[in-house]
Design a protein around this ligand. Structure first.
Ligand SMILES: Cc1cc2nc3c(=O)[nH]c(=O)nc-3n(C[C@H](O)[C@H](O)[C@H](O)COP(=O)(O)OP(=O)(O)OC[C@H]3O[C@@H](n4cnc5c(N)ncnc54)[C@H](O)[C@@H]3O)c2cc1C
Length: 394
């Protein structure tokens, strides 16, 4: 085991920090523009691509730099640490990884070079009004009709569809009743497909959610939408589905760790300066120091688990092996980020509530991690059932 970053990883981290320092101070303006114009600023995405990040997970034959998941995760963590995280990066990267791993070749050639060049951004849709924590209850179908696969149904809470060029959708390749009739197991009968939001029959309604990093959420309605591309084998969508979910969890962990780093940094900077009693800064009081020192200690431990998940990806471990590590890392990182936001706010006293300090928004951004992309309860259920082999209660 080697706990130091390689020279290449250190270089990537430095590049990401430079990128973050350049764009971090403008992120508030970028979020406002994304919301107002319904388009993610091109200059940000082009710069991000020019730094080699959009192709980080992709091999050279598709225009990528093949840096791998560990390097990408380190970069995302470093960018979030500079206040420059973007859920659109996470969504595009996890979809790219899914296309790369599941194929077919035709799909790799069709999408990956465009993603690597920074010409394609992607959203991801699995949640339905009655199927969030329980994805197996989903009803949206992507069913073959002759040479085409046709999508029908509804997805909800889907982030960034207004600014994305394509959406990767998880749907049923047959209804639950048909699957049961055929005696197939619960994990059978899924298709992972790519659709163009401009396709005929694709409509969407904006949700009144708090949003993520300037990105809105949408309910998508599919009415006989012709699918552009099937990913992986027909009816065998479960493997690419777990691939994409594991990548999502790992990249969400990167954001959580970066946010925690930033919140700690903000809290410590303030605590070093703010004087309340006499000439001593509040950072000298142990009631202020200790919670921050605790968060820092836990952050270093969580980071190790997070790197383990990322390295397992790079070693091409099967989804079942990556899954528990990726979800446990996401659970710990999410809970820690929430505590870091709370403690940063507490350290700032009343100023923490002043919107200009940006801490109140961090409270919302970090809190989302307890609910999405997978809730705290569902992670603990999975760990209990699949790692500890305890009986399922639901
Ligand atoms: C801002 C935002 C952005 C999102 N972006 C996307 C996106 O881009 N794409 C996408 O597909 N989805 C997205 N989602 C959806 C998100 O993944 C779901 O909201 C999340 O998985 C929870 O599902 P649900 O909302 O249906 O909650 P429910 O499934 O209704 O759960 C409600 C509560 O009950 C708990 N619960 C449910 N079952 C159990 C159980 N067996 N044991 C214990 N507790 C249980 C849950 O943990 C939760 O606390 C987003 C959501 C939000 C809020």
């Amino acid at each position: 085991m080697d706990f130091r970053l390689t020279d290449e990883q250190a270089l990537i981290q430095e590049t990401a920090i430079r990128f973050g320092k350049k764009w971090g101070p403008r992120m508030e303006e970028i979020k406002k523009r994304t919301i107002a114009e319904g388009a993610f600023p091109d200059e940000w995405w082009r710069d991000f691509a020019a730094a080699g990040f959009t192709g980080a997970l992709l091999p050279e034959e598709y225009g990528g730099s093949n840096m791998g998941m560990a390097a990408m995760a380190i970069a995302m963590e470093a960018m979030a640490g500079q206040g420059c995280g973007s859920a659109l990066v996470m969504l595009t990267m996890m979809d790219a990884l899914c296309i790369l791993r599941a194929g077919p070749d035709e799909a790799r050639r069709r999408y990956l070079p465009a993603i690597a060049k920074g010409e394609m951004k992607m959203a991801f849709a699995i949640t339905e009004p009655d199927a969030g924590s329980n994805s197996f209850k989903m009803r949206t179908t992507a069913v073959r009709r002759g040479n085409e696969i046709v999508l029908n149904g509804t997805k909800t809470f889907i982030t960034g569809v207004d600014v994305a060029d394509r959406v990767l959708v998880i749907a049923r390749s047959m209804t639950s009743a048909e699957r049961e009739e055929k005696g197939l197991p619960k994990i059978a009968g899924f298709n992972v497909v790519i659709v163009d939001p401009k396709a005929k029959g694709f409509t969407m309604t904006e949700l009144n959610t708090e949003g993520i990093e300037g990105l809105k959420q949408w309910t998508l309605h599919f009415d006989d939408v012709i699918v552009e591309q099937l990913i992986g084998e027909e009816h065998q969508g479960i493997v690419p589905m777990f691939d994409v979910l594991n990548a999502e969890r790992t990249l969400a962990t990167a954001s959580a760790i970066g946010m925690t780093d930033r919140l700690l940094d903000r809290a410590c900077s303030y605590a070093r300066e703010r004087k309340v009693f006499g000439d001593r800064a509040i950072g000298s009081y142990q009631a202020i120091q200790h919670p921050l020192a605790e968060i820092k200690s836990e952050l270093e431990a969580v980071r190790l688990l997070f790197y383990k998940a990322a390295v397992l990806f790079d070693q091409n471990a099967p989804p079942q092996e990556i899954g528990p590590i990726a979800t446990m890392a996401k659970y710990l990182a999410g809970e820690l980020a929430i505590r870091a936001a709370d403690q940063a706010l507490q350290t700032h006293g009343g100023n923490g509530f002043d919107r200009d300090y940006g801490l109140i928004q961090s409270f919302v951004d970090t809190r989302l991690l307890r609910t999405a992309p997978i809730s705290r309860e569902m992670i603990l259920n999975q760990v209990a059932e699949h790692v500890l082999r305890l009986p399922r209660s639901y």
